[in-house]
Structure formats: structure tokens, C-alpha cells
Design a protein around this ligand. Structure first.
Ligand code: PHE
Length: 452
């Protein structure tokens, strides 16, 4: 017999876990660099709109289906479908989600591994072990394998401990630490020379960026960013929803998760954009010859470390705080990705979590290794397949399941749990139609544009 299904012990536990999944490298690294690459505050504005008008409705679809089904993505979508064709499509979408979640984890763990290496480096510098410190900061296959393995092992350890003792406990511990570190770093960076210029670029919209030629790309980037940032399309929110008690209002929890995600992305911008201009003030070039922002990976892996170097011993501590922030953000996201295939394996093969976790984790680590050995050929390819194709298309499928395939009375009954008067709310007047028609159309339009 398999063990009883796990559950979050409280709303706060769920909130921290879901927000932990959402808040990741996408917020602290992706969002600020997207802002810088897309001309500053105009992107912030468009992103806010996308997060609430496009991502939130999809998030609600995932949470509602998950809490109703109390199963992994494959069985959940098959369960709400009627008729053999829809059930087949449900299974297909579920497998798609599991595959894409695993692919995202396979590259995410590599990037997170870089963060762990950069976190370790200042400790060796402080201890005077310069050789090791240099090895840690140089991009080599051996280093990348070592730290991807380390990060994957950490992710597996947490997931093997289960929903309450693993996911919930660690998210509840790590999320507040993340916020404290973020605020400390902002206070520090804002007192440095050059910070105010970065703040201006971040906060004052350049309306030229909203011109008809630039707008489509900005919209596509903002949509991709919102989908990735809220962990949508791949079943992470569905599976977290499936561990949620029925006492709480889903639309309200969904709004809170979106607000925390957007809030932390915005706050991270207050750190990264000023830090870029502080680095420029300190003599590091942040724009290439064509006037474009240097590549994102250079920003976090070269510009910021170079900036920390100019700060002497204080810089070592700032570096530790910064990379600790990145590692924490990555870990609360990576566990949510791993949970998707692990929950499926537990529930389908009827094997215990402690066996399913290393089994699935090692397969994903094998994919990460493949990418590390063929970095130039595979890294961007996998990122593109997963985030530019997988996530939007699965997002559309989830909207179709919630809006067209699932019986409306069952959907309503699920939403009513924890929100008795849902029928009188604005949410119920708008969302069912919105997720049925507006969301799929918007996502598909943006998708078609981005593919062309
Ligand atoms: N939302 C995470 C981030 O911003 C990434 C993520 C994507 C997590 C998909 C889970 C699923 O970094």
C-alpha cells in the first residue's frame, strides 16, 4: 500500500511553498535583466499588466484543477475529462507538463550550480585558499558537474522528506531569509556611487519603448517572463494545489502568490539595476559597442563579481549575501519542479517517495550532465524548447481543460470550498469566460508572434 498523500499543514505553509516556487532566478535575475534589455520602466509596467491579466487566470486554472483532483498532473487532467478523446488529451498534456518541468529543472540546476560555486568562492578567498577560489569562479566542465550534482542532491533531499517536512518546512524557512537578504543588499547598493542613475532607468518609463515597432517584442518578453516567473504550464502549481486544504479561498490565495511574485521581482529590480550602474561607475562596461546590454549571464557572473571585487573585504560579504540569495531562490523553485515528476512516479508506480525521488532526480541529473558536456549545442536549445514552446502551449491546454473540458458545475463546486459566496464575486463573473476565450487567444497570438 502506498502512504497517504501529503498535505500542507497551513495556508502560510502553502503560500510560502507556492511563492517559493514562483520566486526564483526568474525574478532576481531574469526580470531585472529583461527590464534593462527592454528599455527600463516601460517593461515593468507591461509586466505588471501581464502578470495579473494573463498569468493569474492560468494560475487559478492550475490551482483549482489540482485541489479538486488531489492527484498528479496526468491523473488530474484525465480525471476531469469526459470521453476517451479528452481523457487521452488529458494524459498527453499531463505527460507534456512532466517532461517540460523535468527539462526546466535540468538547465535550472546548472545555473543554480553556478550560484552555489560563487557562494563558496568568497569563503575560500577569506581562508586564503586562492587556488580553490579561482577554480570555483572559473567556468569549467568539472566545476559545473560538481555543483550541479551538489544542487541536485540538495533538491532531492528536500523532496524525499515529503510535502510537509520537506517542501513546506524548507520554503517557510528560506523565503523570509530571502526577503531579509534582498533588503539588506538593496540598502547597501543604494548607498553606492552611480546607484541613482540605475534607479532612474528602472523607475521612469521611456515611452519611446512603447512605440508600435518595439511593442510586440516587449509584450512577448513580458508574457514569457510572467509565465516562467509564476511557474506556469508545467504542473507545479497544479501539484501544490493538490496538497492544499479545502478551507481556504483559492482566488484569494492565487492573488497573494501573484502579488508576492511580482513584489519580489520588482524589489529585485531595485537591487540589480542600481548595481549595474554602480559597476559601470566602478569602471566595468555594461553595454556592448552597439549600445545593447551585455549578455545576462555576464551580468550576474562577471559584472557583479567584478563589482564585489572592487569593494575589498566588504565585497566578500556582499558576494556571500548576494549568492546566498540566488541559491535560496533557486532551491525553493527547483524543489517545486522535481515534485511534478516525483508525485507522478509515486502515484503511478506505487513506490515510496524515498525511492521515487532519487530515481527521478538521477534521470534529470543525467540530462543536466548531457547539457554540461554539450553546453553550446544544448543549453539554449533546451531553454527555448521548454520556455518558448512548452510553457505557452501547455498553458493554453490548461486553459482549455479548465474552461471547456471540465464540467462547469464541478469547477464551481471546487471554487466554492473555502469561498461560499464565490458566485457573487467579480472573479466568478469574469474568470470562467476569460480563461475559456481570452487567455488562449492572447497566449496563442503572442506565441505565434514569437515563433515568427
Ligand atoms: N518560477 C521560477 C523562477 O522564477 C521558475 C520555475 C519555472 C519554477 C517553472 C517552476 C516551474 O525562477
Amino acid at each position: 500500500m502506498s502512504a497517504p498523500r501529503g498535505q500542507f499543514s497551513s495556508n502560510i505553509g502553502f503560500l510560502m511553498a507556492a511563492a517559493g516556487s514562483a520566486v526564483g532566478l526568474g525574478n532576481i535575475w531574469g526580470f531585472p535583466t529583461n527590464v534593462a534589455a527592454n528599455g527600463g520602466a516601460a517593461f515593468v509596467l507591461v509586466y505588471l499588466i501581464m502578470a495579473f491579466l494573463l498569468a493569474y487566470p492560468v494560475l487559478m486554472a492550475e490551482l483549482t484543477i489540482g485541489r479538486h483532483a488531489r492527484r498528479n498532473m496526468v491523473q488530474a487532467l484525465r480525471g476531469i475529462a469526459t470521453g476517451p478523446i479528452n481523457r487521452f488529451l488529458g494524459g498527453l498534456t499531463g505527460f507534456g507538463g512532466i517532461l517540460v518541468a523535468s527539462l526546466i529543472l535540468s538547465f535550472y540546476a546548472i545555473v543554480a550550480g553556478w550560484m552555489v560555486a560563487h557562494l563558496a568562492e568568497p569563503f575560500f578567498s577569506l581562508a586564503g585558499v586562492e587556488g580553490t577560489a579561482e577554480w570555483l569562479s572559473a567556468n569549467s566542465t568539472a566545476r559545473n558537474l560538481t555543483f550541479t550534482a551538489l544542487f541536485s542532491a540538495l533538491t532531492m533531499l528536500i523532496i524525499a522528506s515529503g510535502v510537509e517536512k520537506g517542501i513546506e518546512r524548507w520554503s517557510t524557512l528560506l523565503m523570509p531569509s530571502l526577503m531579509v537578504l534582498l533588503l539588506l543588499l538593496i540598502v547597501y547598493v543604494l548607498t553606492q556611487e552611480g546607484a541613482m542613475e540605475g534607479l532612474k532607468v528602472y523607475l521612469i518609463p521611456d515611452l519611446n519603448q512603447l512605440s508600435p515597432e518595439l511593442l510586440p517584442e516587449l509584450l512577448i518578453d513580458a508574457m514569457g517572463q510572467a509565465f516562467f516567473s509564476l511557474s506556469l504550464g508545467v504542473g507545479t502549481m497544479l501539484i501544490y494545489g493538490s496538497y492544499l486544504s479545502r478551507q481556504e479561498s483559492l482566488p484569494r490565495l492565487g492573488v497573494l502568490v501573484t502579488l508576492i511574485d511580482v513584489g519580489i521581482a520588482f524589489t529585485a529590480g531595485l537591487l540589480i539595476l542600481p548595481a549595474m550602474y554602480v559597476a559601470r561607475e566602478a569602471g566595468t562596461e555594461i553595454f556592448d559597442k552597439a549600445g545593447n546590454l551585455i549578455a545576462e549571464d555576464q551580468l550576474v557572473l562577471q559584472v557583479l563579481p567584478a563589482l564585489f571585487d572592487t569593494m575589498g573585504t566588504a565585497g566578500l560579504f556582499v558576494a556571500i549575501a548576494f549568492f546566498a540569495l540566488m541559491v535560496i531562490a533557486s532551491l525553493t523553485s527547483s524543489i517545486s519542479m522535481l515534485e511534478v515528476p516525483v508525485a507522478f512516479t509515486i502515484e503511478n508506480l506505487k513506490i515510496p517517495r524515498r525511492l521515487a525521488t532519487p530515481l527521478v532526480g538521477l534521470v534529470i541529473f543525467a540530462i543536466s550532465s548531457l547539457i554540461i558536456f554539450n553546453f553550446k549545442a544544448l543549453f539554449l536549445l533546451i531553454v527555448t524548447i521548454a520556455t518558448k514552446f512548452g510553457q505557452p502551449l501547455l498553458g493554453v491546454a490548461l486553459c482549455i481543460f479548465a474552461g471547456w473540458i471540465w464540467r462547469r458545475d464541478q469547477l464551481l463546486a471546487e471554487l466554492k470550498k473555502g469561498h461560499e459566496d464565490i458566485e457573487q464575486t467579480l472573479f466568478w463573473k469574469i474568470w470562467p469566460w476569460y480563461v475559456r476565450i481570452v487567455c488562449p487567444l492572447l497566449i496563442l497570438t503572442a506565441f505565434a508572434q514569437s515563433v515568427m
